[in-house]
Design a protein around this ligand. Structure first.
Ligand SMILES: [Zn+2]
Length: 84
């Protein structure tokens, strides 16, 4: 497991140097979706084009997913508007 010099949750003020049970939200430019992975098993060599958000636990992961769904809905509405 990688060493962390203090890591901050992207959804709440939590921070830690021992991110046990933390999650990472991963968005890829080539994928219309979001993935969640445990921070401990996250690969060190993800492409820079990936967007990562650190999450302190499942409560913040739920918030993150709700926000993603809202963004996704907005994007779909925009796309439909552009296609019409
Ligand atoms: Zn949090």
């Amino acid at each position: 497991m990688a060493e962390y010099n203090g890591i901050k949750c992207d959804q709440c003020p939590a921070h830690t140097s021992e991110p046990v049970d933390w999650l990472v939200a991963i968005e890829r430019p080539d994928l219309d979706g979001v993935m969640y992975e445990s921070l401990e098993s996250l690969s060190d060599d993800l492409p820079e084009s990936f967007t990562l958000r650190h999450l302190c636990g499942d409560a913040c992961a739920r918030i993150d997913f709700n926000l993603w769904l809202d963004r996704h809905k907005q994007l779909n509405l925009q796309r439909k508007g552009e296609a019409a």
